[in-house]
Design a binder for this molecule. Structure first.
Ligand SMILES: Cc1ncc(COP(=O)(O)O)c(C=O)c1O
Length: 311
């Protein structure tokens, strides 16, 4: 009940839910659904394990590349591009909205189209919804995939929206009892059950989620405004891509390799930005860094970065 409240999971019952450590959920789902030779489609860039676990099983991984929308300065994923990648051989589509690292979000209509595409090709949908709830505009929160499609698994947890990553508490939700059974069976070989102290602390967080979420969204709003000003001041070094949701922004680095820049930054200024190479499994090189905007001290870090860049 505490999970369904505030997560819009009204049609979900306790027997549809498996408590997991969030990243464990990605591993269990891939192990439960996939075998060597299967084709899967994964957003690119992506949180590494969303493509690496499938790859390690021996699947063919097709990348659904992000696109820059030149007219709006936004970054997004095009459903028509996805449509071209999905065939009758596709076993699984991975979605991650709100998306890490780009902050992209599809519209409600695009989300329905994506679900219909899964239905049409009878493939599984793994929907990583770790950042769901951190949308920047009212009315843009998508329904959880597990409520719309029986062959979908939704992953969520307390790490991002409630700022409680240390508890290692998340959950997989699916209305397909066969999938849930396979997940439960595999979990016997990973963690068996969640740590009880973390469960209690997560419950306390979930019961205060409205207040915590409101505070987090305010922090992100303040940080995004500071970041936009910072980019304007440093427009010869960076280019902004406006996020729609989440607590990450994926900005272009203009004059230096993003990896080398990030390495230099962490060594010389003690500031960590994640270079695009961390999120890619492709030859395609996008020269970007991910900036986290979920922490309170972002304006202070941006001031330090300003100072470092001015030397
Ligand atoms: C998209 C996404 N999914 C899953 C996870 C895993 O969450 P956790 O670190 O809480 O296990 C992360 C963590 O950064 C993430 O960004």
């Amino acid at each position: 009940m505490d999970i369904s409240n505030g997560h819009g999971l009204e049609t979900i019952h306790p027997e549809d839910v498996l408590l997991v450590c969030p990243i464990e959920g990605i591993y269990l789902a891939a192990r439960a659904l996939l075998k060597a030779g299967d084709q899967i489609v994964v957003p690119c860039p992506a949180y590494q394990s969303l493509f690496e676990v499938g790859k390690s099983i021996g699947c063919t991984v097709q990348m659904w590349n992000f696109e820059d929308k030149a007219d709006t300065g936004e970054i997004g994923f095009n459903i028509d591009t996805l449509r071209k990648l999905v065939t009758s051989k596709t076993k699984l589509i991975v979605a991650n909205f709100p998306h890490n690292p780009t902050g992209a979000l599809v519209s409600q209509d695009e989300w329905s189209e994506l679900i219909e595409l899964c239905r049409l090709h009878d493939c599984y949908l793994f929907s990583d919804e770790m950042y769901r709830g951190l949308e920047h505009e009212a009315g843009t929160k998508l329904p959880a995939a597990c409520q719309l499609y029986d062959n979908a698994i939704s992953l969520s947890g307390v790490s991002k929206t409630l700022n409680l990553p240390g508890l290692r508490i998340g959950w997989l939700v699916t209305k397909n009892p066969n999938i849930l059974h396979a997940l439960q069976h595999l979990k016997d070989y990973t963690t068996i059950c969640p740590p009880a102290p973390s469960e209690i602390l997560a419950l306390m967080g979930l019961r205060q989620q409205e207040a915590i979420l409101a505070r987090n969204k305010h922090t992100i709003e303040v940080n995004l405004a500071a970041l936009e000003c910072f980019i304007k001041r440093n427009r010869s070094t960076f280019e902004y891509s406006k996020p729609k949701a989440g607590s990450t922004v994926f900005i272009k680095v203009l004059n230096e390799d993003a990896y080398e820049f990030s390495e230099r930054l962490v060594k010389e200024a003690g500031i960590m930005l994640l270079p695009s190479q961390v999120f890619l499994d492709t030859e395609k090189h996008v020269n970007r860094v991910r900036v986290g905007v979920g922490r309170k001290n972002v304006p202070e870090i941006l001031d330090r970065l300003d100072e470092y860049l001015s030397h």
